[in-house]
Structures are given as structure tokens and as C-alpha cells.
Design a binder for this molecule. Structure first.
Ligand code: AMX
Length: 432
């Protein structure tokens, strides 16, 4: 079944559930909001709906009900490779169905046909100062492509609300097909003397990305693993929420993706993976390149905390255990790069940081998150320009964010509009 046919069936089945909840149970309470939540970033307020992934604080992410190891095991693999097709993961996220090999082959071909970043995007990026952060170039490149939106064209022709998801899916598929090329172009523009590598029509999305980056195997499998791991983390994180919020105004997915990339660029969110590498380089410089003893490493961690900085790669707003995305990448390192010096540093950190954060008593989760490990693998395979790492995260995160937006349109979710209060009102509610 083609992706669109499978999706259409799912949407038709799903709509009555949402309609019934709204009509018959609309007044049932799902959450109360405390003052600390109102001031504190709406932490834990249960007011978003998605069926694409769910983040259990103790277990980590499940994509359409499947843990990360299950997802990697059940999706069709690229022949001769360890990792599944990213395209198969897109199929799973959108439909909730594990695709057959034929389903994946269809989608791989469909996305190949959609490749080709317009030349004006490259012209614009070349005109920008070379020291512009890659996330800025990435966001600007996506935004520049907004004129390509099929959704805007259909909307202007008076598209019925029930059909909004269809051109949104078109836009999403086009963007998924083009983001790897845009990302790789930015990499080779900024760090490789403007020597872009043209896409290879014989390769799948992950393989083609590695090819356009100019990095040999097994980087193709690294790319596939990375994009799948970073694809979705339910709806409340900054990038996913930014994408959903912007799209709720019926802005097209180009606007929404550019916005989600801007949120991902913050050091408390996606930029943390570049921060981890920068921080570890600092440790390595201080230690003269020698892998430190646990005692020495403890000192360095305490120095970081005592100077008022956070330890990048540790802690999480929702998770309360080691991030399974960290664990999966650690398995990859143990298999492919056990002797890598940076991996050894990260492994010492894994031992010493959690007890220190527990002793300090501030962080609610002392365990490592996805970013503690991802830069290590990139560095090992030669991608040492760590400013670029969050672009990789962005390509991956687009899979989940855009799948969500297609479903937002399918289920007719309205414009987002929480209500604000003044400080004086909070004081009055508190009886101060
Ligand atoms: N190092 C030092 N202190 C930390 C810490 C860490 N890794 N994680 C949390 N804390 C501190 C917080 O700064 C906060 O201190 P404050 O009360 O003085 O402001 C206190 O512990 C309580 O924070 P929390 O409720 O446990 O975390 P949070 O939900 O406010 O923030 C996060 C979550 C991820 C931003 C935070 O853990 C952090 O800054 N970690 C380091 C940066 C990082 O790795 N970010 C990547 C997250 C994953 C991702 O999105 N890519």
C-alpha cells in the first residue's frame, strides 16, 4: 500500500475518535496547573496530544508504541547494512504501521523523485557571511524554499478543511527529500571550500546524505541511526512544540520547520550536542589528551558546576533514567569505536557525573541524555566541525515534527492559544 493510501485509511479510522472525545467528553479534566508550572515553562502540564511518540519518564521514547531497540529491529534494513531505511521509519511514524519491504521501496523511490534543492537557495546561502552559524543557514535555507509550498497554493484555491493534510503531506515529503541535500550543502560550503557533492540517485536517504557529506561507510549507517534516534520525542520539547505552534496558525511546513530549527538551536536543547564536544575538548586540553582517572574527572566536573555552568549532555526535562538514545549510540560505539579516545572520556563521564549531580542535589535527572554520546560518533568519522552537529539533529527531528503536523491537519487541530495571567493575578490566586 502506498504511504498516502495507508495514511488515508488511518486518518478515516481516527477522526471519529477525536470527534467523540471532543463532543461527548470535552469537559473532562486532564490536568491542573500550579503557579510553579505557570511560571516554570508549563512543565508537566498535560495539554498536548500526539499519537506518534510517547515519552515515558522511566523508559524513554516509544515511536508508535515501539521502543528504540524494537524499532531498529523491525524496520526493513538497507541491503548489506546494519541499519534500517530512514524512509521506513517515516512510514511508521506517519501511519503507525510497520512497512513491508515493498512499501519502503515505493517510498524510497518517491522521495528520490522529490530531491533537488532549488538553485536560488544555494545562491542565497553563498551570499551569507561564511561565519554564520550552520543552524542559521539551515533555517534560512528552509524558509527560502517556502515559495515551493503546495499547501499555500491549495489553500489559496479554497481547499476544504478535511483535505488540508494532503498538500501538507506533499510539502513534508518534498522537504524530507531535500533537507539532507541542504544540510550537506551547508557543510561543504562552510567547511570544505564550497565543494558540494551532487545527490546519487541510486542511494537511499541516509546513504545519499553520507555520500553528499563526502564521508565513507559506515557513516551511511551512522546517518540512518542518527536520523531515526532524533526523529521524535513527543510534542512538548521546544523544537516539536515550536513546529506545532507555528503550523497551528496554518502556516505551511516550511515556516514551521524553520521555526522548529530555531528552537533546536538553543544550548539547552539541540545545541547541547555541540556543547558536549566543546566541553570535552576543554577537558582533554586540560588533561593533556590523556584519559583522566575518575578522581581527576570528578574535579573537572565540580569545577564546571562551581563556576555556575551546567554539565552538557546530562539531565532532562522529562526523562528520569539514562536516555535510550544515549544507550543505543553507546552500543554503536562499543561495537565500532571502542578505542576512540573521546568515547573513553565520555565513558568516564558516564561513571562520574550522575553521582556528582545527585550529590549537588539540583538536577532532577542526573543521567546522560542523547547529546552526551552523539558528537563522539560524528567526531570519530571525521565530522569534527561540531557547530554542524545540531543540523544533523534538525534533519532527524523534521521526521517527527512534520509527521505530527500532517496529523494536526488531518484531525483539524485548531490554532494554539493558551491564556496568560499577570503576576498580580497569581498573587491574588495565591492569597499573598
Ligand atoms: N548540570 C548542572 N545542573 C543541572 C543539569 C546539568 N546537566 N541539569 C539540570 N541542572 C540544574 C538546572 O540548571 C536547575 O538549576 P536551577 O534550579 O539553578 O535553575 C536544576 O538543576 C533543576 O533542573 P531540572 O528540573 O532537573 O532540569 P530542567 O527541566 O530545568 O532542564 C535540561 C532540563 C536538559 C535543560 C537541563 O538538565 C540541562 O541544562 N542539561 C544540560 C544541557 C543539556 O544536556 N541539554 C540537552 C537536553 C536534551 C536535548 O534537548 N537535546
Amino acid at each position: 500500500m502506498t504511504l498516502k493510501e495507508a495514511l488515508e485509511t488511518k486518518i478515516d479510522d481516527w477522526r471519529p475518535r477525536t470527534t467523540r472525545l471532543l463532543k461527548e467528553f470535552g469537559d473532562v479534566k486532564v490536568s491542573d496547573v500550579s503557579i510553579s508550572q505557570a511560571i516554570g515553562g508549563a512543565r508537566g502540564v498535560r495539554c498536548l496530544v500526539t499519537d506518534i511518540s510517547y515519552l515515558d519518564p522511566n523508559e524513554g521514547i516509544r515511536f508508535r508504541g515501539h521502543t528504540i531497540p524494537e524499532t531498529l529491529a523491525m524496520l526493513p534494513k538497507v541491503p548489506g547494512k546494519e541499519m534500517p531505511f530512514v524512509e521506513g521509519h517515516i512510514y511508521l511514524l506517519l501511519t503507525g504501521q510497520v512497512p513491508t519491504e515493498d512499501d519502503v521501496a515505493d517510498l524510497v523511490e518517491d522521495l528520490k523523485r522529490r530531491r533537488g534543492v532549488p538553485g536560488y537557495v544555494f545562491d542565497m546561502l553563498r551570499a551569507m557571511p561564511l561565519d554564520t552559524h550552520p543552524m542559521t543557514l539551515f533555517s534560512a535555507g528552509i524558509l527560502a524554499m517556502q515559495r515551493e509550498s503546495a499547501y499555500v497554493e491549495a489553500y489559496n484555491e479554497g481547499l476544504g478543511k478535511m483535505d488540508h493534510w494532503q498538500p501538507t503531506l506533499e510539502d513534508a515529503l518534498n522537504l524530507w527529500a531535500r533537507l539532507p541535500e541542504l544540510g550537506a550543502f551547508i557543510y561543504r560550503l562552510k567547511y570544505k571550500g564550497d565543494t558540494p557533492i551532487a545527490p546519487d540517485p541510486d542511494l537511499d536517504l541516509g546513504g545519499d546524505f553520507a555520500h553528499m557529506m563526502g564521508i565513507d561507510d559506515p557513516y551511511d549507517d551512522v546517518a540512518r541511526l542518527y536520523f531515526i534516534l532524533h526523529s521524535d520525542h513527543e510534542s512538548g520539547n521546544v523544537s516539536a512544540h515550536a513546529g506545532h505552534l507555528v503550523a497551528s496558525a496554518l502556516s505551511d511546513v516550511y515556516y514551521a520547520t524553520s521555526a522548529m530549527i530555531d528552537g533546536l538551536a538553543g544550548p539547552l536543547h539541540g545545541l547541547a550536542n555541540q556543547e558536549v564536544l566543546r566541553w570535552i575538548q576543554g577537558v582533554m586540553d586540560k588533561m593533556g589528551g590523556v584519559v583522566p582517572t575518575e578522581e581527576k574527572m570528578k574535579e573537572f566536573v565540580w569545577d564546571t558546576l562551581n563556576s555556575g555552568q551546567v554539565v552538557p549532555g546530562f539531565g532532562h526535562a522529562v526523562l528520569r533514567k539514562t536516555d535510550p538514545r544515549y544507550a543505543e549510540q553507546r552500543n554503536f560505539c562499543l561495537k565500532h569505536l571502542p578505542d576512540d579516545p573521546i568515547f573513553k572520556y565520555v565513558d568516564v563521564l558516564y561513571k562520574v557525573v550522575p553521582p556528582i549531580l545527585e550529590e549537588q542535589g539540583k538536577a532532577k535527572n542526573p543521567w546522560p541524555n542523547v547529546d552526551a554520546q552523539s558528537g563522539v560518533i560524528q567526531w570519530h568519522y571525521g565530522l569534527q566541525e561540531y557547530d554542524f552537529y545540531t543540523v544533523l539533529f534538525g534533519i532527524g527531528r523534521s521526521l517527527g515534527v512534520l509527521s505530527n503536523i500532517v496529523w494536526d491537519r488531518a484531525l483539524g487541530y485548531p490554532i494554539e492559544r493558551p491564556k496568560s495571567l499577570t503576576t498580580a493575578m497569581l498573587e491574588e490566586i495565591a492569597g499573598v
